[in-house]
Ligand binder design. Structure first.
Ligand SMILES: [Zn+2]
Length: 82
């Protein structure tokens, strides 16, 4: 998995988690809220593992906002890879 897929999965995971938490709160089912919390934990782990520069391998989690055009650590261009 590359950094673009990792970031997309994180955003999808957050959206799914918010929906699950919303459903869990409305239905007052604690197990649904636990599933949402597990999704958040899994997404945080995959994001910390895979959201890295393909050139130097350093984490890009220190960058806020969209994927940067250049790595803040090595300065090389981060091209969009599918
Ligand atoms: Zn780099």
């Amino acid at each position: 998995m590359n950094y673009h897929k990792s970031r997309t999965m994180l955003l999808l995971g957050v959206g799914i988690c918010l929906f699950i938490l919303f459903v869990g709160i409305i239905t007052a089912k604690n197990w649904i809220i636990v599933v949402g919390a597990i999704i958040v934990i899994v997404e945080a782990i995959q994001f910390s593992i895979f959201y890295r520069c393909p050139h130097c391998g350093k984490s890009l989690t220190c960058v806020s906002g969209p994927v940067p055009e250049h790595c803040p650590h090595c300065g090389k261009e981060l091209k969009y890879i599918l």
